[in-house]
Design a protein around this ligand. Sequence first.
Ligand code: PRP
Length: 189
Amino acid sequence: MPQPPLPYTELLAETLITEEQLQARIAELGAEISRDYAGKDLLLICILRGGVMFLTDLVRHITIPHMMDFMAVSSYGAGARKSSGQVRITMDLSLDIAGRNVVLVEDIVDSGNTIASVLSLLKARNPASLKVCSLLDKPEMRQSEVPIDYTGFSIPNKFVFGYGLDLDEYYRNLPFIGVVDTEKYATPH
Ligand code: PRP
């Protein structure tokens, strides 16, 4: 059984992006996507699980008709994904993306390996277009060069959590992005 973590207030070194800042930027991104895809077919794909909070707020600001779908990916072996960049699909899409305008919705692009691998898997299904929308971008950590078409915030190389990003699967629900106090948080991995 997982051990309940410390209260998040004890693990929080600082708030990096407030709820107000997140919501204001997400509203801008929703407006931008609505303009760019006006009159076109639009399908948003959320990569589970980190992207869920962002997707559900983003779509409230997308004013054009669109669909959404979900996929989950995992590494081929423990710890392998971030080093190798290879992922396998553990839960596939319900919809066929051939001929459709797809926007992938992620919480964070770090090494870029996950999104690079997902882009290559999805390109093979012949979408009409395929773009990336990531709430957070950590450019210092990049190993795979990936185009990010819509970015919420570019952030420094800090250990962040909240708003979709977990601490051992907890605290994805926080409405802000916080920085972990690494002196108080002992990673069990
Ligand atoms: C996180 C995040 C991205 C990926 C980014 O997922 O949601 O998918 O890592 O890292 P990368 O750019 O270095 O590949 P995670 O594996 O933590 O799963 P989760 O979404 O279920 O939290």
